[in-house]
Write a new protein. Sequence first.
Length: 276
Amino acid sequence: MSASNVRLRRVLKMMLIGIAGAFLVAAVAVSSFPSYFGHFFKIRAVELSGEIDHISSLHFRRALGDTTEGTFFNVDLTAVREAALKAPWVKDVFVRRVWPDRLNIEIVEYKALALWEDGRLVSVDGELFAANPEEVDNPMALPEFFGRADMAKEVTRRYKRFNKMLETVKLNARVTEISVTDRDSWAVAIAGKDIPPTRIELGVEQEDWTLEDRFGVVIVQYPDVVKLMKGPPSSIDARYELAFSATLPEKSLQRYRSEETRRRVAESIAESNRAQ
């Protein structure tokens, strides 16, 4: 082998060693960057965004615990999200890093529609969630739903539908309660300014005689029922096809019986006078 070839091989060998050394130094530098410079990128602020009406910033930050500790590079966004989802009123969250030392947590709150029988709230989408009902703007105005938990979405859908029907016929009332038994028998309560709480038994839905059909018959005929009975009914049984029965409140019933008694006495006296 010539001397020139030997020198060339030595040069190439030294170049390869130099390149390997450079890569090694670079790898060490990259791997040690967070530990050496991490304090410059430590998470120093957590920003909350979104339409926040019921979530307390203090309580929410407590729910996050130590999940936000770390640096811009190694903070666990999945752990932050999972902790945030456990806070009351939180439906969903979106977590992102903000250079160089912040986190932004966008919060999506549940919107409360009703109160479920077990104390949980029902969202406008029919989802059950745990939160303090007293934190609702007007907790006493929340309608109450009763039934199996798997019926929450269907009950919510019917609630919206029944209220829309009340608006359509211009009956000044709203649905205050819906209950569904284990045998899928439905009942609805309505109330309004001039309409005392009235329970309407709708029964089990049939393909050719739906719950909406029965409810519609009742609310369309409601003003006539009030006139006929000389007062609003306390309950209505609409489980019959194309017909329903109504019950007077106890006070109205007593008044009706009293009026009926006086009418019969007057007729009896008049008949006796005619006989004489």
